[in-house]
Design a binder for this molecule. Structure first.
Ligand SMILES: [Zn+2]
Length: 533
């Protein structure tokens, strides 16, 4: 199956910083007796982490062979204790308000089936019901994760040790129904308040992204052939594992609204589906509500050929503001962390995997809008973009205030995965709408922002050769398609998060041609978009 490790760089560099923060990790351990037991030591009450270090010093005086490592995020510790001393350590721990958890053979199982008697509160039940009712949902399972410190150990063990055996970075994730997946860590990126853990499924090479916070919370995705898994936090150690059928996911763009279709009933020629460009139907709707001021009317698309960015170019950062509706937010415990942040990270990973590592999206603000979804994606996106139409007027001030180059509205509307105002938008029309299920799982935030920058679909869907004749997606037979291509063009094959680029190889095969090189479009045009605000 897919193996794109060849084209990605595991961002383990960040772990060097992590090591620097934590000298205890550098401790050299030698001659560890075979009958040692590994345990995680954590305080019984949060906020009393200093008790763990004090406890270690005290035990070290009594049992010389005890060794310990600080887990830098949870500030708990992993100890190696002679088996003969384990009971004495546990007994002393209980007196000091410290908990000792033995690491068993399943120490790296980061997700297991939740206990059958798990009680859910009203909000959790509502999230489960919404997930089960989702159009793309094939199944929903209630899962449980280990305590935060055990989780940190499982995810981060030897992350900073390039000489560690491959097994050190393996975790096991249960999918329910006695199915499990072994995932090999490929990189960890440390952020100020959380980590992004990336890996591949051992047997298929499918991509896995986990976001992980020191309090033990996780959110993430696993891209299996024909299946996409969404991991959503339900509170405490409880998670929902939502299994979605790749064939049940909405198509990238919803067909044009029926009321606009009278002059072109042929859906195969639907410009929204083929081109993902909402400006094409714009003249039909002008006059239906207060028209935009003259300056905001459709600018003429120009044939632009900008010089390519120089190799080793400085970072180009596109600032993004994301609004979400109440309806979309209801699907998550915390939509900002679990979905908005994840969709930005997934977009950035797609740039890194496509030789565009200097281009980054940066979330500058996320908020819930009072907009009540009504109509089609076409309606949502123009209501979001238009000034003075009475819908989501706050976005324009917030966009200016936070200097966001691009604005994305996240909805719960599975008619399509998303829609941008136009391909190659100017500053006044750098707006897009995205269905929440697609935002991260099918990289639709990246896809729509790609349209705004100037990228088009693969040529079988979209034959338009402006503004960039080479600005098209790429499909490799029926093996895979890129971030801008349709599953219909490759018999339902999986999407890989790359931008078409003849210089990028996926399992030895190029991810584009000189005529299908959206990476070139992104490389040449990202700075234009990054300068919108
Ligand atoms: Zn599109």
């Amino acid at each position: 199956m897919m193996d794109i490790r060849a084209v990605r760089m595991a961002p383990l560099v960040a772990c060097v910083l992590w090591l620097g923060m934590c000298p205890a990790l550098a401790q050299v351990q030698t001659n560890t007796p075979r009958d040692d037991v590994e345990v995680i030591v954590s305080p019984r009450e949060s906020g009393t982490q200093s008790r763990v270090r004090d406890f270690f010093r005290s035990m070290k005086q009594r049992i010389a062979s005890v060794t310990g490592q600080v887990l830098p995020f949870t500030k708990c510790e992993k100890w190696s204790v002679p088996k003969a001393n384990l009971e004495a350590v546990k007994k002393e721990a209980a007196k000091r308000g410290v908990v000792v958890t033995e690491l068993g053979a399943d120490w790296n199982h980061v997700m297991r089936s939740a206990p059958a008697d798990t009680q859910l509160n009203e909000k959790q039940r509502a999230i489960m019901e919404l997930a089960k009712a989702g159009k793309a949902t094939a199944g929903v399972k209630l899962m449980a994760a280990p305590p935060p410190a055990v989780l940190e150990h499982a995810l981060m063990k030897d992350a900073n040790n390039p000489a560690a055996p491959r097994d050190a970075g393996k975790i096991t994730v249960a999918l329910g129904d006695n199915r499990t997946k072994t995932i090999i860590r490929t990189g960890v990126e440390i952020k100020p308040d959380m980590c992004i853990w990336r890996g591949v499924v051992e047997e298929t090479g499918a991509l896995v992204t986990l976001m992980w916070w020191p309090n033990g919370r996780m959110a993430g995705t696993m891209q299996e052939p024909g299946r996409i898994y969404s991991i959503r936090h339900m509170g405490g150690p409880i998670y929902a594992m939502i299994e979605m059928g790749g064939d049940r996911m909405p198509q990238e763009h919803a067909p044009m609204p029926v009321r606009l279709r009278s002059d072109d009933p042929n859906a195969r020629d639907d410009p929204l589906v083929n081109q993902g460009d909402a400006s094409l139907l714009r003249p039909v709707t002008l006059g239906m509500r207060t028209p935009a001021p003259p300056a905001l009317k459709q600018p003429q698309q120009k044939q632009v050929v900008a010089p390519p960015a120089a190799p080793g170019a400085a970072d180009v950062v596109i600032d993004v503001i994301i609004a979400y509706t109440r309806k979309a937010a209801a699907n998550y415990t915390d939509i900002k962390n679990e979905l908005v942040d994840l969709s930005i990270e997934e977009a950035n990973e797609s740039f890194r995997m496509s030789g565009l590592g200097n281009i980054k999206l940066r979330l500058v603000h996320a908020y819930q809008t009072s907009y009540v979804e009504e109509g089609a994606h076409f309606d949502h996106v123009w209501r979001f973009a238009d000034r003075g139409d009475g819908y989501m007027e706050e976005i324009h001030g917030l966009r200016d205030k936070h200097r966001a180059d691009v604005a994305v509205l996240i909805v719960d509307d599975p008619q399509g995965c998303g829609l941008a105002t136009r391909v190659y938008a100017d500053a006044d029309e750098a707006f897009a709408v995205v269905h929440h299920d697609c935002a991260a799982l099918t990289y639709s935030v990246a896809h729509e922002i790609g349209h705004l920058i100037g990228a088009r679909h693969e040529p079988t869907m979209d034959k338009v050769r402006t503004p960039f004749p080479y600005g098209h997606g790429y499909v490799n037979g029926t093996k895979w398609r890129d971030i801008m291509s349709y599953k219909e063009s490759c018999d339902g094959c999986p999407r890989v998060p790359v931008w078409s680029n003849p210089k990028v190889l996926i399992k030895g095969e190029p991810a584009g041609t000189p005529q299908q090189d959206n990476a070139r479009v992104i490389s040449e045009q990202a700075a234009r978009v990054a300068g919108f605000r």
